[in-house]
Design a protein around this ligand. Structure first.
Ligand code: SAH
Length: 441
């Protein structure tokens, strides 16, 4: 862990917008906030046609259309992150966040036997800020990684955000290669010479030894919502309001729907949200990690199978009615970590979820903050560092609501990595960083 002292000292810190911005983990909502904007958006018109022709749609279908419809989806053609956007995320708040995650990947790479090559795969990379901070740590620790062949693989559906990521990571010093028809729709080379490729789907990323990262990715995947009724579980659907033209409303399905199969038999809550797409991604990650090694680090706001109605919208750093002006606001639901763990089906070992404040403290954020503060006399930089730290760590802010979950090969916890011959003696496994208290050597 003495990486911390070495990493990132040359570049002190970049000014990042912090306050007063809203982070999406903040509130619960039943979607009943007063409508602020009654515009009939192109997405609303599209949904109304769709519902008129085929009937009410599931909340999952609604969420998927609104967020990622290729032509009109919220995520497709805008930059929603930061002060000017709709919400803010940890990497946009402080460089310390990405730096500590960079150290986590290096620490896992070392613990698993310093493979000669690895892919770093990020799901939903936003502006590329997190990867930028991770890569800076990789550069600072260049002597450790100098013989390691690293490549970056970004899974991103948004055209606009992929362009921003490319600019952040490559500065386009080497021209990008684009091919909209190919599963690898863009390729480039980072400022530090690392090849980077863009995909729309995790399935298309080469099945090689990889470290996977998903920060605030699972919460945007579509959820089905169910309500317990005297007649059993009924799915919540989105329909046209018969009283008001051009307005949507929630209704309950009159009978059981196929998605009901996702509800656990022993479910005790009376309202549940299930995200089958998250299950598919976790199964794919678990399969890959069990076959090739590596690890996945998942960070998001969420719960462990206890919360009920968490579907909500954000627009301009304010809560937004989920059914109003669709396509202009972000939609999100808390991640059910117990479901993610269940979906790994025992193929990998899971650690966590642990709260963000615990994970970052275990990773040494206090030391990192001190190093950065000691390096500057600029009052505004110092204030920005302290505000960022407070936002990430304060239990009333992001410290408790955000959680970290890791997926690692079973061998990782039992002292044998992929390259170790079964007849070799078993080294004792090192603890997985972040999930136990930091031991200073
Ligand atoms: N990880 C970033 C951004 C979080 S916002 C951060 O923490 O700052 C969610 C990100 O996931 C965006 O980049 C969005 O375009 C992307 N995204 C949303 N749905 C997706 C999907 N189905 N497949 C791949 N990326 C998706």
């Amino acid at each position: 862990m003495n990486f911390l002292a070495a990493a990132g000292v040359r570049r002190l810190c970049a000014m990042r917008a912090v306050l007063p911005c809203l982070w999406r983990g903040k509130y619960f909502s039943s979607g009943n906030e007063p409508a602020e904007n009654n515009t009939v958006t192109p997405m609303l018109r599209h949904l109304i046609y769709k519902i008129k022709s085929t009937g009410p749609i599931t909340v999952a279908e609604y969420m998927k259309e609104v967020l990622t419809n290729p032509a009109k989806g919220y995520y497709m053609n805008r930059d929603m992150l930061g002060e000017e956007g709709d919400f803010i995320t940890s990497p946009e708040i402080s460089q310390m966040f990405g730096e500590l995650l960079g150290i986590w990947f290096i620490s896992e790479w070392i613990a698993a036997g310093k493979n000669a090559a690895f892919q770093l795969v990020e799901l939903g990379p936003g502006k590329g800020t997190l990867l930028g901070d991770i890569l800076r740590v990789f550069s600072q620790l260049g002597s450790l990684l100098k013989n390691c062949d690293i490549s970056l693989h970004l899974v991103e559906v948004s055209q606009k955000l992929s362009e921003i990521q490319a600019l952040t990571l490559t500065e386009e010093k080497v021209p990008l290669e684009r091919n909209a028809e190919s599963p690898v729709y863009m390729k480039g080379v980072t400022k530090s010479g690392i090849p980077v490729s863009w995909y729309r789907d995790l399935q298309d990323v080469p099945k090689e030894y990889s470290f996977y990262l998903a920060h605030e990715f699972f919460d945007v995947l579509p959820v089905h919502k169910f309500q317990k009724t005297p007649h059993g579980w009924r799915e919540v659907l989105v329909d046209i309001d018969p009283q008001v033209s051009d307005k949507l409303r929630f209704v309950l399905a009159p009978c059981a729907t196929p998605a009901e199969a996702f509800i656990q038999n022993d479910e005790t809550r009376d309202h549940v949200e299930v995200c089958p797409e998250a299950g598919v991604v976790i199964q794919e990650l678990s399969q890959r990690i069990s076959l090739t090694g590596g690890a996945a680090l998942i960070a998001d706001y969420g719960h462990d199978g206890t919360k009920t109605d968490t579907f909500r919208g954000f627009c301009g750093h304010r809560l937004h009615d989920v059914l109003t002006a669709p396509g202009t606001a972000d939609l999100t639901a808390d991640v059910d970590f117990s479901y993610l763990r269940r979906m790994s089906q025992g193929k990998v070992a899971s650690l966590g979820p642990v709260e963000q404040q615990t994970f970052l403290r275990n990773m040494g954020i206090d030391v990192r903050l001190k190093i950065l503060l000691d390096k500057t006399d600029d009052p505004s930089l110092r204030q920005q560092l302290l505000q960022g730290y407070n936002m990430l760590m304060n239990p009333m802010k992001m410290g408790e609501r955000f959680n970290f979950l890791a997926l690692v090969p079973h061998q990782r916890l039992h002292g044998r990595n992929h390259q170790t011959n079964a007849r070799q003696s078993k080294p004792s496994p090192s603890p997985v960083a972040g999930f136990g208290e930091l031991a200073w050597q």
